[in-house]
Ligand binder design. Structure first.
Ligand SMILES: [Zn+2]
Ligand SMILES: [Zn+2]
Length: 407
């Protein structure tokens, strides 16, 4: 039977990450915890504590949910930050996506108050795709990172993300209507990849960066950050980003160090291309991030047998309520994207079951102020453990980092 996990945040508040996050973090979280876990009595009887085994704080490999809201907006009536997560293996950290608030949440998750070396053990960042809700605080991470631990030339931060799309996406139109057009931003390079984007960030902030190097003795970010556009292997049946955005393929290796091996695969988030899911394997287990995607057989292949699957989800009924008929072409286009490029809450349980994962964690939740009642259908068809993700939740997997000490 599926366990609906909603009170995990309360449990987590007593654990290392939250204690380490100081009273500031705890007080910031407490009010949203109250509203987030309020539900009907029937649901409450089915809810258990995600970290009931008590191993989260001591697990060497941990999932950290930093921001759990999806979408390029500031959700009303919600304190959840934009999508970003981290994998911790011992004292090494790996980020997945840079949604709004990533730096602040990382600080709350990892550090005692007033510490300034947050980024010192941050080894790598993996961007699933270049939608703004996944990248908007990437500049923030780099620029503030100069003052919080990134200034370490011996071990540059490695960044991995999509390369150039290479062709612009078609303009959405209704069947039978005339071919619409849209202006093009940056016609010389209209679909920049991660390396391009990083270079443009340096250009946009050149006044600040040149000042910091002269006035504060900082090094050049160009020397402190090592950016990689992910090379996608040859795929049989691939034609173009517009025609075949996520053809069937095998997972491929993106990164490996002494703690983790990271693999990727293309997922179904058209017209965005490329859009990746990532799998982290450590000695302790495996954690998979779906990125943004509709149901994807590639994702199911990547996630086979994983300990934890962090999967995006969208509340279908909310979409229909958002766009009542009659709809403009623009409204129709956005509605079709939401329906066709994301995973309805009723389907995610079946995906987790097909992948045979032990634990399904919902994150990139749309709307960002969804109620537990709206999200509870995620357990449909899933025999493992379901966790409704909340900011700053930590979930451990595998062996303990050190023997527990009491007294
Ligand atoms: Zn998104
Ligand atoms: Zn997206």
């Amino acid at each position: 039977m599926c366990n609906l996990i909603g009170h995990a945040l309360q449990q987590a508040l007593t654990r290392r990450g939250f204690i380490a996050g100081s009273a500031v973090g705890a007080s910031l979280i407490a009010p949203m915890m109250c509203s987030a876990v309020a539900g009907d009595d029937e649901l409450d009887t089915r809810i258990e504590i995600a970290q009931s085994s008590g191993d989260t704080a001591s697990s060497r490999t941990r999932l950290l949910l930093l921001g759990t809201a999806g979408g390029p907006t500031w959700w009303p009536n919600s304190d959840q930050c934009g999508i970003s997560s981290a994998v911790a293996v011992g004292d090494a950290y790996y980020l997945v996506d840079c949604g709004e608030g990533v730096g602040k949440r990382l600080q709350q998750a990892l550090l005692p108050a007033n510490s300034r070396v947050m980024s010192a053990n941050l080894r790598a960042l993996f961007l699933t795709h270049l939608h703004s809700d996944h990248t908007v605080d990437y500049p923030n991470l780099l620029l503030f990172g100069l003052f919080t631990g990134l200034d370490r030339p011996a071990s540059p931060l490695k960044v991995f993300g999509p390369g150039r799309r290479g062709q612009v996406a078609p303009v959405f139109s209704l069947p039978g209507s005339s071919s619409p057009t849209a202006p093009i931003i940056s016609p010389d390079n209209p679909t920049p990849g991660t390396k391009d984007m990083t270079g443009y960030i340096y250009q946009a902030f050149a006044t600040d960066l040149n000042d910091r190097m002269r006035d504060n003795g900082k090094r050049s970010l160009e020397a402190l950050v090592e950016v990689h556009d992910i090379d996608i292997p040859q795929i049989a049946g691939f034609k173009s980003p517009n025609e075949t955005p996520a053809p069937p393929m095998e997972p491929f290796r993106v990164f490996e160090d002494d703690r983790v091996r990271v693999s990727a695969i293309l997922v179904a988030h058209a017209p965005v291309w490329p859009a990746f899911a990532y799998r982290f394997d450590s000695e302790d287990g495996s954690i998979v991030f779906s990125g943004d995607t509709a149901r994807s057989e590639n994702l199911i292949k990547l996630a086979k047998g994983a300990d934890i699957l962090v999967h995006e989800v969208i509340v279908t009924r909310w979409i229909h309520g958002l766009f009542p008929a009659p709809r403009s072409v623009a409204e129709e286009g956005l509605m079709q994207h939401l329906l066709g490029a994301h995973t309805p809450v009723e389907e995610v349980g079946g995906i987790a079951e097909a992948a045979g994962v032990k634990k399904l964690v919902l994150s990139h939740i749309v709307p960002g102020n969804a109620t537990r009642e709206q999200l509870s259908p995620a357990g449909k068809g899933f025999s493992g453990e379901l966790v409704i993700g909340r900011d700053l939740m930590q979930i451990g997997t595998g062996q303990a980092a050190a023997p527990a000490r009491k007294g």
